[in-house]
Design a protein around this ligand. Structure first.
Ligand code: SR1
Ligand code: MG
Length: 424
C-alpha cells in the first residue's frame, strides 16, 4: 500500500516506486507493478532531481525540486515552490504553443514533483551541438515557440484581467528571479565570490570588461528592464540545455524560472546560446574542422530570428485581441499602415533588447557561477580561453552597441569578424 507523503521528502531511486506506485496517472503510464519499475536518476542540471522511470507499459520522467541549489549544496537554500511555477508554466505553454513542452501526468505541490512525458530518443540540444550535429528543425520550431508563447502571454492577446491575475501568481517566483538578477546581470561585472573563469588566460580580458564603465551601465539598464517590464510570461531560462531534440522534433523543458518579464529576454538568451556554440566550435575540432557547423549555427540564428519575427507579425495581424494597440485605433478605422508601423516599433524594441540580453548571457556563462558545457568541455584551457575571449568581446559589443546594430546578418558578421580577428 502506498502511503500519501505530506511533508516533503526527497525521492531516491529506491523509494520512488513505493512513493509513486499508487498514483493512477503514473501507474497507467509506466505499467506493471511498481516493484518491477526500473528507476535511474539522470539530473545533470544545477537545481533538481530528475528520474527516468520505466515499466511494462512505458516510461515517465519525475522531476523533483530540492530545498537547496543542487550545484552548490544546502548552504544555498531555494524554495520548493519553483516546482509550482514550473507546473503552471508548462500548462500555459502547452495552451499557447501546443505539442512543444512535455505532457504533464501528475503534479504534487507538497513533494514539489512533476511527473511528465519521457522524451525519447531526444537528446539535450547543447550536447548535440557540441557533438557537431546539425538539427534541421530547431530554428523553425523555436522561432514559432517563442513568438507564440511570448505574444499569447501578453496584453497583446490576453484579456487583461486574466493576465494581471497570472502576473500576480508568477510574481511570487522571487527567489528564481533573484538568481537571474544576481548571477546574470550583476556578478559577472565585478569580483563576486561565486564567480570563476578560465584563469590566468582570460584575466586580461576579464579585467578590461570589468573596467568598462559603459558595459556596466548598459548591463544595469538591461537588468532594470528585466525587473520592471512585466510584459509576458517568459520561460525564463531558455538556453540550449532546456531544449531536447531529434532530427524531426524540438521540445522545450524546464520553465521553473517562469515569470512576467520582457519578451526579448527569452529570445536573447536562446540566441546567445547559439552564438556561444558558434564560438566554442574551435574547441571541438579534434574530429575534423567545424566550418560547416559554424555556418549552420549562424544560419540557425538568422532563421530563428526571422521565423520569430514573421510569426509574431502573423499573430499581431490575426490574434491581437488584448488591450494593447487596440484595433479600434487602427484596423477598425481602416488604418492598416498604422498597425504595421506599431508592429515595426514593437519588433524593433524586442530586437535591441534581445541583443543586450544576449551579450549579458554570454558574459555570465564565461565569468559567473553557472558555466555551460560548450566551453567547459574543452579540456585544453588555452584552447578554451581562445574560444571564450572572442565570445566575451562579441558579448560586450552587442550589449554596448546594440542600438547601432540593425540586422541579424550584421550581428552574425560581427561574430565572424571577432572570431577571425582572434585567430590571426
Ligand atoms: C544557481 S542556478 C544557476 C543557473 O542554473 C539554471 O539553469 C539557470 O540558468 C541559473 O542561472
Ligand atoms: Mg533548468
Amino acid at each position: 500500500m502506498t502511503v500519501k507523503q505530506t511533508s516533503f521528502e526527497a525521492l531516491t531511486v529506491d523509494s520512488l516506486p513505493g512513493r509513486l506506485g499508487g498514483i493512477g496517472a503514473v501507474a497507467a503510464r509506466v505499467g506493471g507493478t511498481s516493484a518491477t519499475w526500473r528507476v535511474r536518476e539522470v539530473g545533470d542540471g544545477n537545481l533538481n532531481l530528475v528520474f527516468i522511470v520505466e515499466g511494462a507499459a512505458g516510461a515517465a520522467v519525475v522531476k523533483q525540486a530540492l530545498p537547496y541549489v543542487r550545484l552548490v549544496g544546502d548552504s544555498w537554500p531555494l524554495p520548493l515552490k519553483r516546482s509550482f511555477f514550473e507546473y503552471h508554466a508548462l500548462t500555459r505553454q502547452e495552451g499557447r504553443a501546443p505539442g512543444v513542452v512535455p505532457a504533464v501526468f501528475h503534479f504534487d505541490e507538497a513533494q514539489a514533483l512533476i511527473v511528465m512525458e519521457y522524451l525519447t530518443p531526444h537528446v539535450i540540444l547543447r550536447k548535440a551541438l557540441i557533438a557537431g550535429r546539425q538539427l534541421p528543425r530547431i530554428a523553425h520550431d523555436l522561432g514559432l515557440f517563442m513568438a507564440r508563447t511570448l505574444f499569447r502571454g501578453s496584453d497583446l492577446a490576453m484579456p487583461t484581467r486574466e493576465r494581471k491575475a497570472d502576473l500576480a501568481l508568477f510574481a511570487d517566483n522571487v527567489e528564481l528571479c533573484d538568481i537571474t538578477e544576481n548571477l546574470v546581470f550583476t556578478d559577472p561585472y565585478f569580483e563576486a565570490a561565486m564567480n570563476r573563469h578560465t584563469s590566468p588566460q582570460l584575466d586580461p580580458v576579464v579585467a578590461e570588461l570589468r573596467a568598462d564603465r559603459d558595459l556596466r551601465v548598459e548591463a544595469q539598464r538591461m537588468k532594470h528592464l528585466f525587473a520592471a517590464k512585466a510584459e509576458t510570461l517568459l520561460h525564463g531560462d531558455l538556453h540550449s540545455g532546456s531544449i531536447m531534440v531529434t532530427d524531426t522534433e524540438t521540445r522545450v523543458i524546464d520553465p521553473e524560472f517562469a515569470f512576467y518579464g520582457p519578451m526579448a529576454f527569452d529570445v536573447g538568451m536562446l540566441l546567445a546560446n547559439f552564438w556561444m556554440s558558434f564560438f566554442s566550435q574551435d574547441g571541438h575540432e579534434a574530429g575534423g574542422p567545424r566550418d560547416s557547423m559554424r555556418a549552420y549555427l549562424l544560419g540557425v540564428i538568422a532563421e530563428t530570428w526571422s521565423v520569430f519575427r514573421a510569426e509574431f507579425g502573423r499573430l499581431w495581424r490575426t490574434e491581437r485581441n488584448g488591450m494593447l494597440y487596440h484595433r479600434c485605433l487602427f484596423e477598425d478605422r481602416g488604418d492598416v499602415i498604422g498597425s504595421e508601423q506599431a508592429l515595426g516599433a514593437v519588433i524593433q524594441s524586442i530586437w535591441h533588447d534581445m541583443l543586450g540580453f544576449a551579450g549579458i548571457e554570454i558574459h555570465r556563462r564565461i565569468l559567473g557561477l553557472a558555466h555551460n558545457a560548450d566551453f567547459e568541455s574543452i579540456e585544453d584551457e588555452d584552447l578554451r580561453a581562445a574560444c571564450e575571449a572572442p565570445a566575451l568581446r562579441f558579448g560586450r559589443q552587442i550589449v554596448v552597441a546594440r542600438h547601432q546594430l540593425h540586422s541579424i546578418e550584421e550581428v552574425n558578421a560581427l561574430a565572424a569578424l571577432i572570431r577571425g580577428e582572434a585567430r590571426r
